[in-house]
Design a protein around this ligand. Structure first.
Ligand code: NAD
Length: 365
């Protein structure tokens, strides 16, 4: 029996509801597989501001560093919207990424067969399936580059700077190639090398790292073309690697074409051997918080990613993914995915708790 330490940060809004369900699923997996997951809970976000005055207390950072992986619900809410920028709940996310050195954001965009009706694309495109993994650089580029305002002869001007070092591109390139090696061995690098110097360095570096991975077929797309191709032929993508800003935009586009925000997991990874952070891509959904309406599947699928990437338990991860597929195929839906579903399955509306329990029951069958 192996013991794993998991730091849980429930956060705000629906965060505690979806992480509770996820913990229950992980406990059930532990029983079946004979492993032990030891959970410790930590404060971050608005709830941490209320309790300690800061969004990311030092104890939370220390607790996460000591763990094998971090599972996060969501942070934020209207009651903290008017605080100054450096004590807003969202600072906790940036702080955790920085403190844990999480430079790679992994976002699968999968269209579940039972939810094909949720895809806003033409049915002929949707029926070919969508199964893409986005690898987004998370700690560099324009979101972290030099910025400011200055006076010019034309008046006030604001600027932000896109900058990437070879080292930053090399490490995200390797994450992309390694991911492609575990899948269909196709990697698409997205840049804007026809205009941006930083993109030209990005492309040169991708080509150089590609020499280490001769089995992977690498192609390059300009970001404007990539956004069109994702709509036209999403089935032809396998792994997409791109910069912080392009990844931010394209992964949301991909999220939209795969259906509900309540279904999409993510992982943020750093250097091998450091704890990764796993979270649903949705926010704290204050409009439905505390009403047992939230879809817990994005959080549950984030836990499956955690088992695969940080705990090296791929068959336990597959057990969760298969259970989710079964529950959806059996017609169970939370409100967010209810209206989209295909009519050949009889649908049954369920709440957050029941959806988590159904996944647990499906683990064992
Ligand atoms: P949101 O993702 O919280 O909600 C957008 C819409 O999707 C809402 O109608 C919500 O009810 C619905 N939704 C989201 N998750 C759902 C789920 N699991 N099941 C069913 N429906 C779901 O985005 P928002 O409204 O823009 O932001 C709300 C708060 O969350 C803000 O404070 C924002 O800053 C924060 N936020 C946090 C994160 C994070 O913690 N990673 C990410 C995005 C937004």
């Amino acid at each position: 029996m192996t013991k794993y330490q998991i730091a849980v940060i429930p956060g705000d809004g629906i965060g505690p509801e979806v992480t509770n369900g996820t913990r229950a699923v992980l406990e059930a997996v532990a029983k079946i597989s004979g492993h032990e997951f030891q959970f410790t809970e930590w404060l971050a976000g608005g709830i941490a501001i209320d309790a300690t005055g800061e969004p990311l207390p030092a104890a939370t950072i220390a607790g996460c560093r000591k763990s094998d992986a971090v599972l996060l619900g969501a942070v934020g809410g209207p009651q903290w919207d008017n605080l100054p920028g450096d004590i807003r709940p969202e600072r906790a996310l940036l702080g955790l990424r920085g403190e844990l050195g999480l430079y790679a954001n992994i976002r699968p965009a999968v269209l579940h067969e039972a939810l094909a009706g949720a895809c806003p694309l033409h049915p002929q495109i949707a029926e070919r399936g969508i199964d893409i993994v986005f690898v987004r650089e998370l700690t560099g580029g324009i979101y972290f580059g030099e910025r400011g305002r200055r006076d010019t002869q034309q008046g006030e001007e604001a600027y932000d700077t896109e900058a990437y070092s070879v080292t930053e591109v090399e490490r995200i390139a390797r994450t992309g190639f390694e991911m492609a090696m575990k899948r269909k061995r196709r990697l698409t690098s997205v840049d804007k090398a026809n205009v941006l110097e930083s993109s030209r360095l990005w492309r040169e570096t991708m080509l150089r790292v590609a020499e280490e991975y001769p089995e992977v077929e690498l192609d390059h797309l300009y970001v404007d073309n990539a956004s069109m191709q994702l709509i036209k032929r999403p089935d032809e993508f396998d792994v997409v690697v791109t910069t912080n800003m392009f990844g931010d935009i394209l992964s949301d586009e991909a999220a939209m074409i795969t259906g509900s925000i309540g279904m999409l997991p993510s992982a943020s990874l750093g250097a091998p051997g450091t704890p990764g952070m796993y979270e649903p891509i949705h926010g704290s959904a204050p409009d439905i918080a505390g009403q047992d309406k939230a879809n817990p599947l994005a959080a549950i699928l984030s836990a499956a990613m955690m088992l695969k990437f940080s705990l090296n338990l791929p068959s336990e991860a597959a057990m969760i993914e298969n259970a989710v597929t079964k529950v959806l195929a059996d017609g169970f839906r939370t409100g967010d995915i209810y209206q989209y579903s295909e009519n050949e399955t009889v649908q049954q509306l369920v709440g957050t708790r029941q959806m988590s329990e159904l996944v647990i029951q499906a683990l064992e069958t």
